[in-house]
Design a binder for this molecule. Sequence first.
Ligand code: MOS
Length: 685
Amino acid sequence: MNAVGVARPRIEGPAKVTGAARYAADVPIEGLAFGAAVLSTVSRGRIRDIDISAVQDMPGVLGVLDHRNAPRLNPKAGGFFGPDGQLQLLQDEVIPFAGRPVALVVAETLEQAQAAAEALLVTYDEEPHDTEFSADHPAGRPAITLFDGPVDVGDVEAELAASAMIVEERYRTPEEHHSAMEPHSATAWWEGDRLEAIDSNQGPFTIAAALATLFSLPLDRVHIRTEHVGGGFGSKGLCGPQLILATMGALRFQRPVRVTLTRSQVFLSTAMRPATDQLIRIGAEADGKLRAIWHEPAFEISPLAEYIEGCTELTKTLYAAPAIRTGLTAVPLDILPPYSMRGPGAAPGSFALECAMDELAERLGMDPLELRLRNEPSVGPVSGLPFSSRNLVACLREGARRFGWNTRDHRPRLRREGPLLVGTGLAATSFSVGAFPSSASISAEPDGTFTVAIGATDLGTGARTALTAVAADALMVDTERIRLQISDSALGPAWSAGGSRGTTSWVWAIIEAGTKMREQGCSGTVTVDTTQLLGDLASMERHAFSAVFAEVTVDPATGEVRVRRLLGMYAIGRVVNPLMARSQVIGGLIGGLSMALHEEGIRDRVSGRHVNADFAGYHIAAHADVPDIEADFVSDYEPGIPMGVKGAGEIGNVGTAAAIANAVWHATGTRQRSLPIRLDRVLEE
Ligand code: MOS
């Protein structure tokens, strides 16, 4: 009996293509009212007045919520990074960033609410703002060290001084936005003294816990469902403004209130990846053996909420070097609080590290693949701990074989096709692996089926399909006998679909429950919690690995870069469902392509506001940008986690931008150290 490892189409596929699957904003609710958010247009200051006289008599308007009449919230509420001031909506007149919600207009219909929200007159006392990020900003200070803390092993200065070759460069990445297909939407209402909500998020249990704290409610009186989610990419890992405002509306007007953010509001008020500016120094012997890596990234944050863009995780993982030093600087600015986005830390961090490695290979006159093979570590380069499994070399070698790397002339600007310059590049990557405590329960039903309940979420990745297969194997039955329940906070504590730790966390709980169920003769009900088991996981270097290969064309007349081929080879532990996993990492590769060539949140210097907070101005890869793209898996197994899985959520996003930037260098002979690789930047060179 082996459902795991078999390519199966997604269980909810027919419901999605026929329109039967309902997303948060689609669910019909009796007596529904609609809330429209009003966002601050200034970057810093105070609300002078909100004049509701013009809107209170508009058709259908039920009322306006603002800091003068909104329910009081618990200031201790937060999330993964601690107390979070971004949750404290409508509590006072202070404006910490442009895009901060300042009011909610509630009306009978969506159109009436939006019309009234546009008519609402808000005046401000503006104060000078600071939205200009730079690495040497005087407000910069060490980032908090919840993870990716600073390290300093060996004598970096001495090793650099003794190096035959040094690369010392800065790499920059801009603000980027999650841009999930489904905008954030929540509907909240009261059933007796229990708050009910349908919300688009990445983990109904953790969001329910945050919401309960925020509104000072016992957790058993907050119930959140999240049936189908159209992508999150990190931005739905938070208790979002849509849910907080809908809950306030339901409290105030004692009816179900739905708040769906517009696309522009998603950009302005949910989350983003912070801009980074990363100084990296690498020293090596003439034969390519590394002597030192010194990686010092700065990133922007908001004083409202702590956050870590862990850009140096790969720097501590990928290559052997006697000296490694890292340190993250956080620069507080008057901006939307950044939050995890698509391979947080690793995606921008790998752009710096893997471009610098390519520059080192160039200066040494060496094959960039060979440079990486010569620096393969036997233990964690910083920790000294063994790797649970490390198949980076397999990814590099197999990827090189399929891509045709071995015939590459490593000198730049040699291949031309008509007017186009052609180049290829590669990057190596890793992404950390782990699991968080989760609970699961299994009930044996009279008809021979099993109800498997776990508070997981399916963001469109295929989690339902994967967990059904896992449960079938755990119980040693066909998948037809599994009735999977997910997407509901009442199913008990469970980690969210985030940090590439959804599958590992949920699989652990399901297998544990399945084993207990078989031990008790496949009858009755079992409930497990993995908190204790996770505590027993031996300390090791646990990572997924990959190698990404890119081929680009560059038009020297226009500066246009086109990616012609992308190949990713992945070591993600045991692959639960090859079809879904391939789809997941290909989505990541496309996200990485988009990061390389298109994505950039731009601010107006004078107002501090985003000027491209929509899909007309903020470009993301479309089908025409996505060429011959392929991904596959090398044999891999994570010994510390049941079934050997590692997680595939985010590694697809990592490394792609560096592989493309390195290919652009190979085509043109000039380095692109700032993302995105815009036409004007290519032409300037
Ligand atoms: Mo992810 S950026 O942890 O959704």
